[in-house]
Design a protein around this ligand. Sequence first.
Ligand code: PMM
Length: 280
Amino acid sequence: MGRVWQCGRLALGLERPLVMGIVNVTPDSFSDGGEHATADAAVEHGLRLVSEGADVLDVGGESTRPGADEVPPDVEAERVLPVVERLARDAGVPVSIDTRHARVAEAAIAAGASIVNDVAGFRDPAMAGVAARSDAGLVVMHMLGEPKSMQVQPYYDDVVSEVRAFLSQQADTLIAAGVARSRICVDPGIGFGKTLDHNLELLRALPKLASLGFPVLVGASRKRMIGDITGEADPKRRLGGSVGVALWAAARGARVLRVHDVRETVQALAVWRALEGEAT
Ligand code: PMM
């Protein structure tokens, strides 16, 4: 068997890039804010993404768009837990919980989530504790500071080295706390305290991030970097750019693609893989 990402009882094969479909249960997300704000609508959306070919669903209840206020964990839990529970039961794919809060992560695991996606990269010791006590897959993402302030003049001496060092250090800390290496996936955090140039540098350096030995996740779907490049102000009209980044990232070693537009991404990947001469 080739490389796998261990997420609870499931070992996800990484021979081809996995598509993680986004289910935001938030009233204020930049790209789909408010559309799936009720549990029923979010579950329906998640099931549709699975029918379109999503390998994993990522459920989030706190918008982390630049400048967003922090959502109290109780409110976040109330939003996401019913959705996690129903999707874990009915979707037939692993469910990921996108949260920075240990209480929410722990409750979501109890409700059936098998991946914890932490945009704060398990900096909070309580989050690292939840990770160590569970057998969930973990997405360790890099973010400079906090959503409220991260886009205020982000500065790095060397963005690639600094992000790579952070990911490596957080992974080592988790491993030291008892987490199996095979459970960890790393993510440069496109748009989280980064200018367009920082995002481009990080994407160009994907092979260098992959050399850490963990699967790399890329989430650029509908993000501002695509608007900055193309001038398209409406996130929903950034499909072409989103698919473009996803293919480019996959070709440079990204193993998990976090996207809004599952159907189109799956189709593009199938064509790309056929052209590469790989089994579809
Ligand atoms: N981006 C967003 C939220 N969660 N999680 C990971 N691991 N990587 C990302 O790039 C990421 C994330 C914000 O984007 P959205 O509002 O489109 O979900």
